[in-house]
Design a binder for this molecule. Structure first.
Ligand code: FAD
Length: 310
Protein backbone atom coordinates (compact mmCIF):
# COMPACT_ATOMS: atom_id res chain seq x y z
CA UNK A 1 0.00 0.00 0.00
CA UNK A 2 1.02 3.60 -0.55
CA UNK A 3 1.33 6.32 2.07
CA UNK A 4 0.26 8.93 -0.48
CA UNK A 5 -1.54 8.04 -3.70
CA UNK A 6 -2.04 10.93 -6.13
CA UNK A 7 -4.80 10.63 -8.73
CA UNK A 8 -4.02 12.87 -11.73
CA UNK A 9 -0.72 13.86 -13.30
CA UNK A 10 -1.17 17.53 -14.17
CA UNK A 11 0.62 20.43 -12.43
CA UNK A 12 -1.27 19.77 -9.15
CA UNK A 13 -0.58 16.03 -9.13
CA UNK A 14 3.08 16.46 -10.09
CA UNK A 15 3.62 18.99 -7.29
CA UNK A 16 1.88 16.69 -4.79
CA UNK A 17 4.06 13.76 -5.84
CA UNK A 18 7.32 15.71 -5.51
CA UNK A 19 6.37 17.12 -2.11
CA UNK A 20 5.22 13.72 -0.80
CA UNK A 21 8.25 11.84 -2.12
CA UNK A 22 10.59 14.37 -0.54
CA UNK A 23 9.23 13.22 2.85
CA UNK A 24 10.57 9.74 2.12
CA UNK A 25 7.12 8.14 2.15
CA UNK A 26 5.70 5.61 -0.33
CA UNK A 27 4.23 7.72 -3.11
CA UNK A 28 2.30 6.74 -6.23
CA UNK A 29 0.68 8.70 -9.07
CA UNK A 30 -2.07 7.23 -11.24
CA UNK A 31 -2.98 9.42 -14.23
CA UNK A 32 -5.07 9.05 -17.33
CA UNK A 33 -2.67 11.31 -19.23
CA UNK A 34 0.43 12.56 -17.44
CA UNK A 35 0.84 16.29 -18.07
CA UNK A 36 -2.89 17.09 -18.04
CA UNK A 37 -4.21 20.23 -19.71
CA UNK A 38 -0.69 21.58 -20.02
CA UNK A 39 -0.23 19.14 -22.92
CA UNK A 40 -2.88 21.10 -24.85
CA UNK A 41 -1.34 24.49 -24.16
CA UNK A 42 1.06 26.41 -26.37
CA UNK A 43 2.62 29.54 -24.90
CA UNK A 44 2.74 29.89 -21.11
CA UNK A 45 3.92 33.30 -19.96
CA UNK A 46 2.56 33.52 -16.43
CA UNK A 47 4.51 30.75 -14.74
CA UNK A 48 6.47 33.02 -12.46
CA UNK A 49 10.26 33.06 -12.96
CA UNK A 50 9.87 31.36 -16.36
CA UNK A 51 9.01 34.23 -18.67
CA UNK A 52 8.06 31.97 -21.57
CA UNK A 53 7.59 28.26 -22.05
CA UNK A 54 5.40 25.89 -24.00
CA UNK A 55 2.89 23.34 -22.68
CA UNK A 56 4.48 20.13 -23.96
CA UNK A 57 7.87 21.35 -22.69
CA UNK A 58 6.45 22.06 -19.23
CA UNK A 59 4.62 18.70 -19.23
CA UNK A 60 7.90 16.90 -19.94
CA UNK A 61 9.62 18.89 -17.19
CA UNK A 62 6.84 17.95 -14.73
CA UNK A 63 7.31 14.26 -15.44
CA UNK A 64 11.11 14.50 -15.29
CA UNK A 65 10.96 16.25 -11.93
CA UNK A 66 8.68 13.56 -10.49
CA UNK A 67 10.93 10.83 -11.89
CA UNK A 68 13.90 12.22 -9.95
CA UNK A 69 12.20 10.79 -6.87
CA UNK A 70 11.13 7.31 -5.89
CA UNK A 71 7.55 7.67 -7.16
CA UNK A 72 5.54 4.85 -8.70
CA UNK A 73 4.09 6.49 -11.84
CA UNK A 74 1.09 4.66 -13.30
CA UNK A 75 0.30 6.49 -16.56
CA UNK A 76 -2.77 5.78 -18.73
CA UNK A 77 -4.76 4.67 -15.68
CA UNK A 78 -8.27 5.98 -15.07
CA UNK A 79 -9.68 5.99 -11.54
CA UNK A 80 -13.33 4.90 -11.41
CA UNK A 81 -14.19 4.82 -7.72
CA UNK A 82 -12.94 5.91 -4.31
CA UNK A 83 -13.77 3.75 -1.33
CA UNK A 84 -13.08 5.49 2.02
CA UNK A 85 -11.26 3.62 4.77
CA UNK A 86 -13.58 1.28 6.70
CA UNK A 87 -12.02 2.30 10.04
CA UNK A 88 -10.08 5.41 11.16
CA UNK A 89 -6.47 5.05 10.01
CA UNK A 90 -7.45 2.30 7.57
CA UNK A 91 -6.62 2.08 3.88
CA UNK A 92 -8.48 4.08 1.24
CA UNK A 93 -9.11 2.21 -1.99
CA UNK A 94 -9.04 3.51 -5.55
CA UNK A 95 -10.57 1.28 -8.17
CA UNK A 96 -9.11 1.67 -11.67
CA UNK A 97 -10.85 1.13 -15.01
CA UNK A 98 -8.35 -1.67 -15.65
CA UNK A 99 -9.99 -3.60 -12.81
CA UNK A 100 -7.04 -3.18 -10.45
CA UNK A 101 -7.44 -1.66 -6.99
CA UNK A 102 -4.83 0.59 -5.38
CA UNK A 103 -4.66 1.06 -1.60
CA UNK A 104 -3.21 3.98 0.29
CA UNK A 105 -3.25 5.61 3.73
CA UNK A 106 -3.93 8.99 2.10
CA UNK A 107 -5.17 10.04 -1.35
CA UNK A 108 -4.71 13.35 -3.19
CA UNK A 109 -7.33 13.99 -5.86
CA UNK A 110 -6.00 16.19 -8.68
CA UNK A 111 -8.02 15.11 -11.71
CA UNK A 112 -8.31 18.62 -13.18
CA UNK A 113 -10.97 19.76 -15.59
CA UNK A 114 -11.99 19.74 -19.26
CA UNK A 115 -13.70 22.13 -21.68
CA UNK A 116 -17.49 22.48 -21.39
CA UNK A 117 -19.48 21.73 -24.54
CA UNK A 118 -22.55 23.65 -25.86
CA UNK A 119 -24.79 20.57 -26.20
CA UNK A 120 -26.49 21.81 -29.37
CA UNK A 121 -27.32 19.79 -32.49
CA UNK A 122 -24.29 19.35 -34.76
CA UNK A 123 -21.67 20.04 -32.10
CA UNK A 124 -20.70 16.44 -31.43
CA UNK A 125 -21.09 15.46 -35.09
CA UNK A 126 -18.65 18.14 -36.27
CA UNK A 127 -16.13 17.90 -33.42
CA UNK A 128 -12.66 18.00 -35.03
CA UNK A 129 -14.41 18.79 -38.34
CA UNK A 130 -14.63 22.48 -37.54
CA UNK A 131 -15.78 22.40 -33.92
CA UNK A 132 -12.71 22.95 -31.72
CA UNK A 133 -11.94 23.69 -28.08
CA UNK A 134 -8.25 24.55 -28.09
CA UNK A 135 -7.31 27.63 -30.14
CA UNK A 136 -3.61 27.05 -29.46
CA UNK A 137 -3.84 23.54 -30.90
CA UNK A 138 -6.28 24.02 -33.76
CA UNK A 139 -6.09 27.74 -34.60
CA UNK A 140 -3.60 27.30 -37.47
CA UNK A 141 -6.01 24.90 -39.20
CA UNK A 142 -8.31 27.86 -39.83
CA UNK A 143 -5.73 30.23 -41.33
CA UNK A 144 -7.51 32.65 -43.67
CA UNK A 145 -10.96 31.22 -42.82
CA UNK A 146 -13.96 32.51 -40.85
CA UNK A 147 -14.50 31.31 -37.30
CA UNK A 148 -16.73 31.94 -34.32
CA UNK A 149 -15.69 31.91 -30.69
CA UNK A 150 -18.47 30.95 -28.30
CA UNK A 151 -18.10 32.63 -24.91
CA UNK A 152 -17.09 36.13 -23.86
CA UNK A 153 -15.21 35.33 -20.65
CA UNK A 154 -11.44 35.56 -20.41
CA UNK A 155 -10.81 32.37 -22.36
CA UNK A 156 -13.25 33.29 -25.14
CA UNK A 157 -11.89 36.80 -25.57
CA UNK A 158 -8.29 35.53 -25.41
CA UNK A 159 -9.15 32.97 -28.05
CA UNK A 160 -10.76 35.62 -30.27
CA UNK A 161 -7.71 37.90 -29.99
CA UNK A 162 -5.41 34.98 -30.70
CA UNK A 163 -7.42 33.74 -33.70
CA UNK A 164 -7.91 37.22 -35.19
CA UNK A 165 -4.21 37.22 -36.03
CA UNK A 166 -4.56 34.01 -38.02
CA UNK A 167 -8.02 33.79 -39.53
CA UNK A 168 -9.97 36.06 -41.92
CA UNK A 169 -12.76 36.92 -39.49
CA UNK A 170 -13.87 36.13 -35.94
CA UNK A 171 -17.45 36.38 -34.66
CA UNK A 172 -17.50 36.30 -30.86
CA UNK A 173 -20.84 35.18 -29.43
CA UNK A 174 -21.66 35.82 -25.77
CA UNK A 175 -24.87 34.59 -24.11
CA UNK A 176 -24.97 37.42 -21.57
CA UNK A 177 -25.78 41.04 -22.43
CA UNK A 178 -22.11 41.99 -21.99
CA UNK A 179 -18.68 40.38 -22.21
CA UNK A 180 -17.29 39.07 -18.93
CA UNK A 181 -13.58 39.21 -19.79
CA UNK A 182 -11.07 41.56 -18.10
CA UNK A 183 -11.27 45.14 -19.37
CA UNK A 184 -7.75 45.02 -20.80
CA UNK A 185 -8.73 42.04 -22.99
CA UNK A 186 -11.94 43.71 -24.11
CA UNK A 187 -10.01 46.84 -25.12
CA UNK A 188 -7.65 44.71 -27.18
CA UNK A 189 -10.55 42.85 -28.76
CA UNK A 190 -12.34 46.07 -29.67
CA UNK A 191 -9.21 47.37 -31.40
CA UNK A 192 -9.14 44.48 -33.87
CA UNK A 193 -10.58 45.18 -37.34
CA UNK A 194 -11.67 41.64 -38.19
CA UNK A 195 -13.73 40.78 -35.09
CA UNK A 196 -17.50 41.19 -34.68
CA UNK A 197 -19.04 40.85 -31.25
CA UNK A 198 -22.53 39.48 -30.65
CA UNK A 199 -23.94 39.78 -27.13
CA UNK A 200 -27.21 38.21 -25.90
CA UNK A 201 -26.61 35.47 -28.46
CA UNK A 202 -27.51 31.85 -27.75
CA UNK A 203 -25.97 29.35 -30.14
CA UNK A 204 -28.67 26.90 -31.19
CA UNK A 205 -27.12 24.73 -33.89
CA UNK A 206 -23.92 23.86 -35.72
CA UNK A 207 -24.44 23.44 -39.46
CA UNK A 208 -22.34 21.31 -41.77
CA UNK A 209 -22.25 19.64 -45.16
CA UNK A 210 -21.72 16.16 -43.75
CA UNK A 211 -17.92 16.45 -43.80
CA UNK A 212 -17.25 19.80 -42.19
CA UNK A 213 -18.75 22.85 -40.50
CA UNK A 214 -20.40 25.43 -42.78
CA UNK A 215 -22.04 27.72 -40.23
CA UNK A 216 -23.95 28.17 -37.03
CA UNK A 217 -27.28 29.55 -35.92
CA UNK A 218 -27.86 31.65 -32.86
CA UNK A 219 -30.90 33.19 -31.24
CA UNK A 220 -30.84 36.91 -30.56
CA UNK A 221 -32.09 36.78 -26.95
CA UNK A 222 -33.43 40.34 -27.14
CA UNK A 223 -35.57 39.99 -30.28
CA UNK A 224 -35.98 36.21 -30.32
CA UNK A 225 -34.82 36.21 -33.98
CA UNK A 226 -32.78 33.30 -35.27
CA UNK A 227 -29.63 34.34 -37.18
CA UNK A 228 -27.20 32.32 -39.26
CA UNK A 229 -23.46 32.92 -39.66
CA UNK A 230 -21.52 31.21 -42.47
CA UNK A 231 -18.10 30.06 -41.29
CA UNK A 232 -15.62 27.20 -41.25
CA UNK A 233 -14.66 26.91 -37.58
CA UNK A 234 -16.21 27.21 -34.10
CA UNK A 235 -14.12 27.50 -30.95
CA UNK A 236 -16.15 26.68 -27.85
CA UNK A 237 -14.86 28.59 -24.82
CA UNK A 238 -17.64 28.39 -22.24
CA UNK A 239 -15.80 27.13 -19.24
CA UNK A 240 -14.36 24.10 -17.60
CA UNK A 241 -16.02 21.02 -16.16
CA UNK A 242 -14.21 19.34 -13.24
CA UNK A 243 -13.27 15.68 -13.82
CA UNK A 244 -15.09 14.53 -10.71
CA UNK A 245 -18.09 12.51 -11.94
CA UNK A 246 -16.47 9.36 -10.56
CA UNK A 247 -16.38 10.91 -7.06
CA UNK A 248 -20.13 11.63 -6.74
CA UNK A 249 -21.40 10.25 -3.45
CA UNK A 250 -17.87 9.50 -2.21
CA UNK A 251 -16.59 13.02 -1.42
CA UNK A 252 -18.53 16.29 -1.02
CA UNK A 253 -18.76 18.22 -4.31
CA UNK A 254 -20.00 21.78 -4.89
CA UNK A 255 -23.11 22.35 -7.05
CA UNK A 256 -20.67 22.84 -9.97
CA UNK A 257 -19.09 19.46 -9.28
CA UNK A 258 -15.89 20.83 -7.79
CA UNK A 259 -14.33 18.91 -4.88
CA UNK A 260 -14.93 20.91 -1.71
CA UNK A 261 -11.64 21.60 0.07
CA UNK A 262 -10.72 23.60 3.14
CA UNK A 263 -7.69 25.88 3.44
CA UNK A 264 -5.47 22.80 3.92
CA UNK A 265 -6.79 20.91 0.91
CA UNK A 266 -8.76 18.49 3.11
CA UNK A 267 -11.94 17.02 1.55
CA UNK A 268 -15.01 15.69 3.39
CA UNK A 269 -13.33 12.26 3.72
CA UNK A 270 -10.55 11.78 6.35
CA UNK A 271 -7.21 11.16 4.66
CA UNK A 272 -8.45 12.35 1.27
CA UNK A 273 -7.07 15.68 0.04
CA UNK A 274 -7.52 17.49 -3.27
CA UNK A 275 -5.79 20.16 -5.34
CA UNK A 276 -5.97 22.06 -8.61
CA UNK A 277 -8.70 22.67 -11.19
CA UNK A 278 -10.89 19.84 -9.83
CA UNK A 279 -11.45 21.71 -6.55
CA UNK A 280 -13.41 24.70 -5.28
CA UNK A 281 -10.19 26.75 -5.09
CA UNK A 282 -10.79 29.76 -7.35
CA UNK A 283 -8.70 30.67 -10.41
CA UNK A 284 -7.66 27.72 -12.52
CA UNK A 285 -4.01 28.30 -13.31
CA UNK A 286 -0.84 26.25 -13.42
CA UNK A 287 0.94 28.10 -10.64
CA UNK A 288 -2.13 27.89 -8.41
CA UNK A 289 -2.61 24.16 -9.11
CA UNK A 290 1.05 23.54 -8.23
CA UNK A 291 0.83 25.52 -4.99
CA UNK A 292 -2.34 23.69 -4.00
CA UNK A 293 -0.72 20.36 -4.89
CA UNK A 294 2.22 21.11 -2.62
CA UNK A 295 -0.18 22.12 0.15
CA UNK A 296 -2.26 18.94 -0.18
CA UNK A 297 0.88 16.79 0.05
CA UNK A 298 2.03 18.57 3.20
CA UNK A 299 -1.46 18.15 4.67
CA UNK A 300 -1.39 14.44 3.80
CA UNK A 301 1.98 14.10 5.52
CA UNK A 302 0.62 15.92 8.56
CA UNK A 303 -2.33 13.51 8.62
CA UNK A 304 0.01 10.49 8.39
CA UNK A 305 2.18 11.51 11.34
CA UNK A 306 -0.89 12.13 13.50
CA UNK A 307 -2.81 8.97 12.61
CA UNK A 308 -2.21 5.51 13.98
CA UNK A 309 -2.46 2.94 11.14
CA UNK A 310 -5.42 0.61 11.64
P1 FAD B 1 -5.05 19.05 -15.19
O1 FAD B 1 -3.94 19.75 -15.85
O2 FAD B 1 -6.38 19.05 -15.83
O3 FAD B 1 -4.58 17.54 -14.95
C1 FAD B 1 -5.49 16.55 -14.52
C2 FAD B 1 -4.83 15.20 -14.51
O4 FAD B 1 -5.75 14.23 -14.02
C3 FAD B 1 -4.42 14.67 -15.89
O5 FAD B 1 -3.24 13.92 -15.76
C4 FAD B 1 -5.61 13.80 -16.27
O6 FAD B 1 -5.27 12.84 -17.25
C5 FAD B 1 -5.89 13.15 -14.94
N1 FAD B 1 -7.22 12.56 -14.76
C6 FAD B 1 -8.45 13.10 -14.96
N2 FAD B 1 -9.42 12.23 -14.60
C7 FAD B 1 -8.78 11.13 -14.13
C8 FAD B 1 -9.23 9.88 -13.58
N3 FAD B 1 -10.54 9.58 -13.41
N4 FAD B 1 -8.30 8.97 -13.22
C9 FAD B 1 -6.97 9.23 -13.35
N5 FAD B 1 -6.49 10.40 -13.84
C10 FAD B 1 -7.40 11.34 -14.23
N6 FAD B 1 -2.76 28.06 -16.98
C11 FAD B 1 -1.78 28.97 -16.77
O7 FAD B 1 -1.38 29.19 -15.64
N7 FAD B 1 -1.23 29.65 -17.82
C12 FAD B 1 -1.60 29.43 -19.12
O8 FAD B 1 -1.07 30.06 -20.03
C13 FAD B 1 -2.63 28.46 -19.35
N8 FAD B 1 -3.08 28.22 -20.61
C14 FAD B 1 -3.97 27.20 -20.82
C15 FAD B 1 -4.31 26.88 -22.13
C16 FAD B 1 -5.17 25.84 -22.41
C17 FAD B 1 -5.50 25.49 -23.84
C18 FAD B 1 -5.71 25.08 -21.32
C19 FAD B 1 -6.61 23.90 -21.60
C20 FAD B 1 -5.40 25.42 -20.02
C21 FAD B 1 -4.54 26.49 -19.75
N9 FAD B 1 -4.18 26.85 -18.45
C22 FAD B 1 -3.20 27.79 -18.24
C23 FAD B 1 -4.81 26.20 -17.28
C24 FAD B 1 -3.91 25.13 -16.69
O9 FAD B 1 -3.53 24.25 -17.74
C25 FAD B 1 -4.67 24.41 -15.59
O10 FAD B 1 -5.04 25.33 -14.59
C26 FAD B 1 -3.79 23.33 -14.93
O11 FAD B 1 -3.33 22.40 -15.89
C27 FAD B 1 -4.57 22.60 -13.84
O12 FAD B 1 -3.79 21.59 -13.31
P2 FAD B 1 -4.41 20.32 -12.61
O13 FAD B 1 -3.24 19.47 -12.24
O14 FAD B 1 -5.35 20.73 -11.57
O15 FAD B 1 -5.31 19.60 -13.71
Amino acid sequence: AFDVLVIGGGPAGAASAVYAARKGIRTGVAAERFGGQVLDTMAIENFISVSHTEGPKLATALEQHVKEYDVDIMNLQTAEALIPAAVPGGLIEIRLASGATLKSRTVILSTGARWRSMNVPGEAEYRNKGVAYCPHCDGPLFKGKRVAVIGGGNSGVEAAIDLAGLVAHVTLIEFDSQLRADAVLQRKLNSLPNVSIVTSGQTTEVHGDGAKVTGLSYKDRNSGDLRRVDLEGIFVQIGLVPNTEWLKGAVALSPRGEIEVDARGQTSVPGVFAAGDATTTPFKQIIIAMGEGAKAALSAFDFLIRTVPA
